[in-house]
Ligand binder design. Structure first.
Ligand code: NAD
Ligand code: UDP
Ligand code: UDP
Length: 323
């Protein structure tokens, strides 16, 4: 126990009530740390943290990262930002502010505390990529004025701020470029493809394929992703990233729909709807850097991960139904 106590840290997780944030909080508490989650509950929910009610090493603070935050911590994970297109396009100005002002405030905090800070960046910094699969060295193909730009350019500017605070103020930074991640505690109707297809299958609605359904994505199970973030935070000081985290197994959206139908044994039909603007045609991470630097790679197959996620949504939907 003594060793655990010695290595116990006080860790700030912004966006801690969200999908990824709440899983990260669970892992950090399981490692014996004290965790402070700061979240304005825009897309996150206290329900994701209900099981931590009265936990002696956990605290949730309602806070918007666009405003300064004065707390004392040893490490910061900056995850605060709506992640699904429906949510981040709901108030695009606020989305850019969250990424940019949020990064400035959290970097200012890290600078004052001389502590490490990890940024949850995204594969969206590659835009609709002209290079496939995407290595970290690829600069991306991003529309600066489209409907996804508030998210993509906000995250790109946050990366710029992280590297400038690192060069100018010697802040210890870790930048993770996260590719599509899924799992329990995703929002029920946030428009993302995995949650959409599963809820549609479980409620007998038609599965909505945008465009032809031939566009590709690579889906990483949440437990694998969190393991990657923990390894990156614990890596030597010179490892700043950016480092890609994602599952390199690539699927078309039609293939994903078929997997979901098989696993749920649902009879939903497939219908086509218009492709959203600036929807990337293909996406797959090159994870060579994470493999070499951190010894990290995903271990959970799509079947296993979808099984866990379907079980979660099944329970959630039945708990919400009126009878
Ligand atoms: P999420 O929407 O479930 O979580 C985001 C959390 O941030 C929510 O709890 C929300 O309430 C909170 N938040 C939003 N604006 C805030 C603000 N101004 N101040 C404080 N809190 C605020 O999304 P997620 O999937 O858990 O994503 C977490 C992070 O990971 C985001 O930064 C996202 O951009 C990044 N990311 C996620 C994915 C993915 O596939 N899930 C992929 C790439 C990057
Ligand atoms: N900041 C914060 N908590 C701190 C220290 C700073 O929220 O403990 C915010 C502060 O509001 C500031 C921002 O971080 O605007 C950037 O800080 P920095 O020291 O880089 O800039 P300055 O204070 O010189 O503008
Ligand atoms: N998509 C789809 N049907 C849906 C939701 C999404 O075909 O009901 C497609 C979407 O057009 C995109 C892919 O699935 O090509 C992934 O979409 P998501 O919003 O989950 O993530 P992102 O586009 O940010 O990768």
């Amino acid at each position: 126990m003594a060793r655990l106590y010695d290595s116990r840290k006080r860790i700030l997780v912004t966006g801690g009530a969200g999908f990824l944030g709440s899983h990260l909080v669970d892992r950090l508490l399981a490692q014996g740390h004290e965790v402070l989650a700061a979240d304005n509950l825009f897309t996150g929910t206290k329900r994701n943290l209900d099981h931590l009610h009265n936990h002696p090493r956990f605290e949730l603070m309602r806070h918007d990262v666009c405003f300064p935050l004065y707390v004392e911590v040893d490490e910061i994970y900056n995850l605060a930002c709506p992640a699904s297109p429906i949510h981040y396009q709901h108030d695009p100005v606020q989305t850019t502010k969250t990424s940019v002002h949020g990064a400035i405030n959290m970097l200012g905090l890290a600078k004052r505390l001389k502590c490490r800070i990890l940024q949850a960046s995204t594969s969206e910094v590659y835009g609709d990529p002209a290079v496939h699969p995407q290595p970290e060295s690829y600069w991306g193909n991003v529309n600066p004025i489209g409907s996804r730009s508030c998210y993509d350019e906000g995250k790109r500017c946050a990366e710029t701020l992280f590297f400038d605070y690192h060069r100018q103020h010697r802040v210890e930074i870790k930048v993770a470029r996260i590719f599509n991640t899924y799992g329990p505690r995703m929002h029920l109707r946030d428009g993302r493809v995995v949650s959409n297809f599963i809820t549609q299958a479980l409620t007998g609605e038609a599965i909505t394929l945008y465009g032809e359904g031939s566009q590709t994505r690579s889906f990483c199970y949440v437990d694998d992703l969190i393991e990657g973030l923990l390894r990156l935070m614990a890596s030597p000081e010179e490892v700043t990233g950016p480092i890609n985290f994602g599952n390199p197994v690539e699927f078309t959206m039609i293939e994903l729909a078929e997997r979901v139908l098989t696993l749920t044994r649902a009879k939903s039909k497939l219908i086509h709807q218009p492709l959203p603007a600036d929807d990337p045609r293909q996406r797959r991470p090159d994870i060579t850097l994470a493999q070499k630097t951190l010894g990290w790679e995903p271990t959970v197959s799509l079947e296993q991960g979808l099984g866990e996620t379907i079980a979660y949504f099944r329970q959630l939907i039945s708990s919400l139904s009126p009878h």
